[in-house]
Design a protein around this ligand. Structure first.
Ligand code: ADP
Length: 368
């Protein structure tokens, strides 16, 4: 394998029995020889060359199965969504753009006094869209997203959690701009010294903290930014040292009436509604509901027409009805009564006391 004399090979000619082919983009970091070995190369995932990913010199000495596992299980590219799929939360979207997306995409602007945050925390009641927001950020092109929420991953590497963390940050820097994402970070990085804290998770935590300090002093000017993004429903349980490093803390509250209206529109858009159904009115009646609660409510209500029609019918009768087109959803609109029934069975999943606790934590620690 031969490349020109620069330290970064943009493309490499590969010769095999069939002749010579050009493969781009191939990155060979830290190599200043004209002759490369297989192990010097890494083919960026998603380029579809079919060559597979080979180790590169910088990772040499690391456990290659670990590198591969991180690439396979943590480098997330599935099910992209956009901010438009998320109702409301305008302020949070703007803050995320400013704190995460822009510093990664135009690092040259975010230097000196504009130095980017090294860590951003989304906190608030469960089911308010924190994970959705992170997924939308992850879906933006040109940003690599390392999802460290995989329980399978962390338990598999439990004995080597420090190493996992080290290699993870190394890879994030290599693939930069990158986001390292911790969903429910309170569970992974809980308050120090809590009972039953495993030695392994303690070591993982210390390594994570020191890696995050490494981000701060490192890479801004090189344009190779890495940002840690985390979410939590229990901000008071997040380890204090970790909290300090998650400098930008954004509150994601329960949706207000306008936001709930928007959510009803999103969730009901593919259904047929009777004239008596008014999404504004529904939003008014669902004070205190989270986004997840509203989704559940819509789901339950959406089943009602079917339940109404097939009540007390045998499977054979249902089959006949289907053949005759009587189960066509167009013919079975959702009624106001369906929502009444669904609503009567539901309570908001977040209590007013809990909301007060979030507001209090926000006053003390949020950075807006
Ligand atoms: P959490 O804040 O606990 O991370 P999620 O982001 O996982 O909550 O949201 C749970 C579910 O609730 C989502 O899958 C989505 O269906 C719904 N949801 C919550 N907030 C919103 C929102 N702002 N817009 C649309 N759907 C939402």
């Amino acid at each position: 394998i031969v490349c020109n004399d620069t330290s970064v090979a943009e493309s490499v000619a590969i010769r095999d029995d069939d002749g010579v082919g050009e493969v781009t983009p191939v990155v060979a970091l830290g190599v200043s020889r004209s002759r490369l070995e297989w192990d010097d190369l890494v083919v960026k995932p998603g380029t579809g060359t079919g060559l597979g990913i080979r180790s590169m010199s910088r990772f040499r000495g690391n456990d290659m199965s670990l590198v591969q596992a991180i690439e396979e299980e943590m480098l997330e590219i599935e099910n992209p969504i956009t901010f438009d799929d998320i109702a409301s939360l305008k302020g949070a979207k703007e803050l995320l753009n400013e704190a995460v997306t822009l510093p990664l995409l135009i690092p040259e602007f975010f230097v000196g006094i504009r130095e980017p945050w090294k860590g951003v925390l989304l906190f608030g009641p469960p089911g308010t869209g924190k994970t959705l927001l992170a997924r939308a950020v992850a879906s933006m092109s040109d940003i690599r997203f390392f999802n460290c929420s995989s329980a399978a991953m962390t338990s598999k590497w439990r004995g080597e959690s420090e190493k996992l963390c080290k290699v993870l940050f190394q890879m994030a820097r290599h693939y930069a701009p990158s986001i390292i994402f911790f969903d429910e970070v309170d569970a992974q990085v809980s308050q120090r010294g809590q009972d039953g804290e495993h030695e392994a998770s303690r070591r993982f935590k210390s390594e994570l903290l020191s890696q995050m300090d490494g981000i701060a002093s490192g890479d801004a000017s090189s344009g190779k930014n890495v940002i840690v993004l985390a979410t939590t429903n229990c901000p008071w349980d997040v380890d204090e040292a970790m909290r300090r490093r998650l400098e930008k803390r954004i509150y994601i509250p329960l949706p207000d009436e306008d936001a709930r209206t928007e959510m009803f529109k999103i969730y009901l858009k593919s259904l047929v509604l009777d004239e008596g159904v008014d999404v504004r009115e529904l939003a008014g009646r669902t004070q205190g509901f989270s986004g997840a609660d509203i989704k559940l409510l819509c789901r339950d209500a959406s089943m009602m027409p079917m339940r109404r029609v097939i009540l007390n019918k045998t499977p054979e009768q249902i089959r006949q009805m289907k053949l005759q087109g009587q189960l066509d959803s167009v013919k079975i609109p959702l009624l106001r009564d369906d929502f009444d029934k669904a609503l009567s069975k539901m309570q908001p999943s977040v209590s007013p006391d809990a909301v007060a606790r979030y507001e209090k934590w926000k006053k003390e620690f949020a950075s807006e």
